[in-house]
Ligand binder design. Sequence first.
Ligand code: URA
Length: 235
Amino acid sequence: MISKAGLGSRTEARRWIHAGRATVNGRRIENPDHWVDLERDQVRFDGKPLKAVARVYVLLHKPTGYLTTYKDPDGRPTVYALLKDVGTFVSPVGRLDLETSGLLLLTNDTQLAERVTNPESHVPKTYLVTASRALADGELEQLRRGVELNDGLTRPAQVARAAGAENQVLLTITEGRNRQVRRMIEALGATVEALARTRIGSIAAESLPVGAWRHLSASEVDSLRMKPRKKGSTT
Ligand code: URA
């Protein structure tokens, strides 16, 4: 609850609770797993009632070289270094690898985050892939049909050649397995030289500069909440 109220990360919230800064119905609670009923219980932090914070939806154009995590034990830069002025704590919706750039959503709306990351929601994510070599038409067809990875066959994907460069393709997937795009390209015997996420659902990078963030518009948030298309639907 403390983290959801935008006060800090889950790890920090757990530490603060252990340190005795939270009370539930006037009683100090030092167990972060203590169950509270939002309707009935009164939670205070440092003596002040926890207020429900407004939902915040952030779209970051992540540069390469930034980790999608809150703090790195090795001191490498994390996306939070780029989000200092957001004003409330937001969590990443899925992850991008250290060397992947592009669109990353962050929010304090756990329900929406779960919807976007759950493969059952089929929210499409598009990546501009720069491969180590030009991919043959047959290989693009393989990506479309699905390739066998060590955690199973990938779902059918949309694949198009990117204009201008022989070794670039736009790949749209509706799952989000760990390092999925890199592994799909490796399954063809090539490697990924650069990877950028250009689209999440209907939200595109457009003019957002690398390293910058903006709030999602209300219609962009709504578009992510929409139910997936039914099989066989043509709209
Ligand atoms: N697929 C990958 O391989 N890496 C990412 O960062 C995102 C998708």
